[in-house]
Design a protein around this ligand. Structure first.
Ligand code: 5GP
Ligand code: MN
Length: 338
């Protein structure tokens, strides 16, 4: 982390601040883990901090220390607006452009409040007063750990903070298997266990909270799998009727796309999920090796992310979106067959 930026943040935190911490819309384990960890740290060190999420977050994260204090912008709008208005400092975590906050975007854009960005996604937009952006980091949670360390107060990593950070690193590295998992990531995680993290319990809370509906929805996604051997690609789909038939709840489709990537020779995987209410198809992309799904999502699907994991959306129908996707693959045939 840039020492000038750390110094600038230190001097902001010398004064008691009223802080709002914001993750991206549809927050995942890293987004919730990082915002809650930072929230604990800031409150523990004398500030008045609160996490405001643009919308709800999945049930499999609703064990994290402090999750009950999270304010949902969609559901508790007037309270959220009051907190945003009276804040003296914003933190934005685990995203690289303000459009990722959905309906909170215009408020964050138009406020005169200083903003601190902490993020590990590629090509960060230039909106923050202090920008901590590091694409080499496994997760925003690993960055929060580093930041607390660099602020000179590592003893402030309490068991609660350690658990939130551990959960974010665990989920964003696919249980320590993605290329972003460094030896340092493992050292951080080892230290977190020393600091009181109950690692098997966290793993259980996150991955063993399946419902019969979710398992059957996975079965549906697996049955819909299409392999495109000429492109070393595979995709699957879930339409709104299929989601409704399985009582879809936020977070239920987490990880489904990874099954397509486990196929031998498949280097590019995608899942297309219909959202009739928003009139969009939400897409998750995954890749193996140096094929950049960040570029694919950014150039053609109004999204972005990382080289091997990215997301985006389409305003076309499910069938049209898939046809568009397959037509695009023709441009990448050589790269995908390398
Ligand atoms: P997922 O496919 O698991 O939703 O997301 C994979 C990665 O892409 C995550 O790092 C996530 O933050 C990012 N991502 C997902 N959807 C979008 C999107 O619509 N826009 C951008 N810029 N990033 C996204
Ligand atoms: Mn992340």
């Amino acid at each position: 982390m840039n020492s000038e930026d750390v110094k600038a943040l230190k001097s902001l935190l010398d004064e008691r601040q009223k802080i709002v911490i914001v993750p991206h819309k549809n927050p995942d384990g890293d987004a919730i883990g990082a915002t809650l960890a930072l929230n604990h740290y800031l409150n523990d060190t004398g500030h008045e901090a609160v996490v405001i999420t643009p919308n709800d977050f999945p049930k499999f994260l609703k064990w994290m220390p402090g999750h009950r204090d999270i304010v949902n912008f969609e559901k508790e709008n007037s309270r959220a607006l009051d907190l945003l208005e009276s804040a003296t400092l914003f933190f934005t975590l685990d995203f690289n452009q303000l459009s990722r906050t959905g309906h909170m975007q215009s408020i964050l854009e138009n406020a005169a409040t200083p903003v601190v960005m902490i993020d590990h996604h590629q090509e960060p937009a230039d909106y923050a007063t202090i920008q901590f952006s590091d694409t080499s980091m496994s997760s925003t949670c690993e960055m929060v750990y580093t930041l607390i360390e660099e602020l000179g107060l590592p003893h402030h990593i309490t068991p609660d903070i350690a658990s939130c950070i551990y959960a974010g690193i665990l989920t964003d590295t696919g249980s320590f298997k993605y290329a972003s998992t460094s030896s340092r990531t493992h050292r951080v995680v080892a230290d977190l266990i020393d600091k009181g993290v109950k690692n098997t319990e966290i793993h259980h809370n996150i991955y063993d909270s399946n419902s019969p509906d979710r398992i059957k929805l996975l079965g549906c996604a697996l049955a819909n799998l299409v392999v495109l051997p000429e492109y070393n690609a595979a995709y699957t789909t879930l339409n709104q009727d299929e989601l409704d038939a399985h009582n879809y709840k936020k977070g239920d489709t987490e990880g489904f796309v990874n099954y397509a990537l486990t196929l031998n020779d498949v280097r590019l995987a995608a899942i297309f999920i219909e959202n009739r209410e928003e009139g969009i198809i939400k897409i998750s992309f995954r890749s193996q090796g140096d094929f950049s799904v960040n570029d694919l999502a950014r150039d053609f699907f109004e999204g972005g992310g990382h080289t091997n994991a990215a997301g985006g959306k389409s305003d076309r129908s499910l069938a049209q979106t898939i046809a568009y996707f397959i037509a695009l693959l023709d441009n990448y045939k050589t790269v995908l067959n390398k």
